[in-house]
Ligand binder design. Structure first.
Ligand SMILES: [Zn+2]
Length: 202
């Protein structure tokens, strides 16, 4: 092999390696830090959630969202009336045309992402099927949360939430699982849209 040919071959190999490195970087370009404690990072998670909810479930939002990152102390104050007080990572409130999502800061990105998808589901429910029972609302939101964690590869956390029993979240979630068994992942939202409560004889 001539020196020139060897040189050309080296250039081709190096270029191919650089191209491949760029492709790998692109695939891993999540750009979300492990712990969320900045508003801009919370917004990255929100954008990721919005895109996955749209592409995987056809969940589309027309009302604007405002994401507020709050400390544990602030969250405790906002949620002190709730029976789940001190265990709340996210909270959705709809007020005058705007979806407000309060998210606890210093939370790991997987849990933050799952919770964000959960709270956004409440925004979708207020827009598309208001007046449903709490058990149906929380059941669907938990189902979306578990799905989101599975999509992003957080299987341990997904299993943890999947197993958590609760008279509202757990029972509602089990009902949605039955709906998914019957109608498939993409069939859940169109079916739930028509309901007012869970169907205990489903
Ligand atoms: Zn909820």
């Amino acid at each position: 092999m001539k020196v020139n040919t060897l040189k050309k071959l080296m250039i081709i190999l190096v270029s191919a390696f650089i191209a491949l490195a760029f492709v790998v970087a692109e695939v891993n370009a999540d750009d979300i830090p492990t712990i969320i404690n900045k508003h801009e990072d919370a917004m990255k998670v929100f954008k990721k959630a919005k895109e996955s909810l749209r592409s995987k479930l056809g969940m589309v939002f027309h009302r604007p969202f405002e994401i507020k990152l709050v400390t544990g102390k602030e969250m405790d104050k906002i949620t002190k009336a709730s029976p789940y007080h001190k265990n709340i990572i996210g909270l959705h409130r709809y007020r005058k045309g705007v979806n407000y999502i309060y998210m606890l800061d210093d939370v790991g990105k997987d849990r933050f992402y799952g919770t964000m998808c959960h709270e956004m589901t409440h925004g979708w429910q207020d827009e598309n099927c208001p007046g449903q029972t709490r058990i149906l609302r929380e059941g669907l939101a938990r189902w979306v949360e578990v799905k989101a964690l599975q999509w992003s590869g957080a299987h341990t956390l997904a299993r943890q939430i999947h197993r958590t029993a609760d008279p509202i979240y757990g029972v509602g979630y089990k009902f949605i699982l039955k709906v998914e068994d019957k109608y498939g992942e993409k069939g859940v939202l169109p079916y739930v849209l028509k309901l007012k409560d869970i169907n205990r004889n489903f």
